[in-house]
Write a protein that binds this ligand. Structure first.
Ligand code: FE2
Length: 383
């Protein structure tokens, strides 16, 4: 086994060097995603209203937590935690000062948090905290954590002996305001943006420390426009429930969206959270009505869709009116759309995706998508 200094010196030689995924943890799915935000109460209202989440759990002053409050929201299998500190002197406050609102924790459900921690750290993962056991009258939850890119962490969550609403320390959050779901079901993938030259380091980190495999790679010829380019490697765990594409900027005539992200986030971090729906027309109609802003897809994009994608069961005119993109691979097709950043810094955004057989990521849409992002960058003066 290589240690981490070997990983740091790792140079990609162009050949496939990643072993097939070895599910030694194994990871059962995404347990929750936690964002550190400037005002969790108001963020919670946004995600409930605009995205269709419902109130689930809460901790804060009323539960005896004098350091921070967390609001836990739920929609089908997705749990979103929004956390704000009560004082400026805390690690959470430092995170918000540096990065703005953003993803701190990508929590992974495991059978055994201690085993997951020890196995991954033995393989070179960077420790964040060792296993802690928290108990209340509903049972116990064990958690441990390792670092990933930037200041982002993975928390391993073992909750098989817990019957409470979220975890010890939280109370049920009963709210009279719970808007209807928009049909979001589960997290399909979460993408990280890393600094120039770091993509292979982090791909190797997931391969070596967590037993992930490289599902697919995109180079700057796959993902480029006239002006900007990026490279990406999609890492997946053995059962395919966790997919982490890792992007890095590539040389181009102008500043890429990845460089813009790194500049505003002050380093590597989570670029987008892709959430799955099984009725994207309903989901996007609802989200647009509720005020979510999406990237603009030029009308001409749809001229080539019938030739490129072939028969689809959706009405193309409706997809065009909603700005939903389509792509096909060997196994089927997919429908996808991207929000604009959900905070003032041009950093984190969401993707909504409906898979109809396709297991890929919309390569056929990359060019139109990145031209659309470039148009936004030009308006921000950051292209
Ligand atoms: Fe994506």
């Amino acid at each position: 086994m290589q240690n981490l200094s070997d990983v740091k010196n790792y140079k990609y030689d162009g050949s496939k060097v990643f072993p097939e995924a070895q599910d030694f943890l194994p990871i059962l799915g995404t347990d929750y995603v936690e964002l550190y935000v400037g005002n969790a109460k108001q963020s919670a209202h946004f995600y409930k209203t605009a995205f269709g989440f419902k109130s689930l759990a809460y901790c804060g002053l009323e539960t005896g937590n004098k350091e921070y409050c967390s609001y836990v929201l739920v929609q089908d299998k997705i749990r979103l935690v929004l956390t704000t500190p009560y004082s400026g002197n805390s690690e959470i406050a430092e995170h918000i000062k540096k990065h703005g609102d953003g993803v701190k924790v990508i929590a992974l459900s495991v059978d055994d948090a201690d085993h997951s921690y020890k196995e991954s750290v033995n393989r070179g993962a960077l420790s964040y905290f060792e296993t802690i056991t928290e108990k209340d009258s509903f049972g116990e939850v064990k958690r441990s954590a390792i670092r990933t890119y930037g200041d982002t962490i993975h928390v391993f969550v073992e909750r098989k002996n817990y019957k409470g609403v979220f975890m010890p320390g939280f109370i049920e959050w009963n709210s009279e305001y719970n808007p209807e779901s928009t049909g979001l079901m589960y997290i399909d993938h979460m993408v990280g943006n890393v600094e120039l030259g770091q993509m292979n380091y982090w791909a190797k980190y997931y391969s070596q420390c967590l037993g992930f495999a490289n599902l697919i790679s995109f180079d700057d010829k796959d993902i480029s426009t006239q002006y900007t380019a990026l490279m990406s490697k999609v890492m997946t765990n053995g059962n395919g429930r966790i997919k982490f594409p890792i992007n890095e900027p590539a040389a181009g005539l102008k500043k890429s969206q990845i460089e813009e992200y790194l500049e505003f986030y002050k380093g590597a971090g989570c670029q987008h959270i892709a959430v799955a729906t099984n009725d994207i027309v309903f989901t996007i109609s609802e989200m647009r009505k509720r005020g979510v802003e999406f990237l603009h897809v030029p009308g001409t994009y749809y001229d080539s869709v019938p030739d490129r994608v072939g028969d689809i069961s959706e009405d193309l005119a409706i997809l065009k009116s909603l700005g939903i993109m389509v792509d096909r691979d060997d196994e089927g097709y997919l429908l996808q759309i991207f929000t604009k950043p959900v905070e003032d810094r041009p950093t984190l955004f969401f993707e909504i995706i409906q898979r109809k057989g396709a297991k890929s990521f919309g390569k056929g849409n990359f060019k139109a998508l990145f031209e659309s992002i470039e148009a936004e960058q030009a308006r921000r003066g950051t292209l």
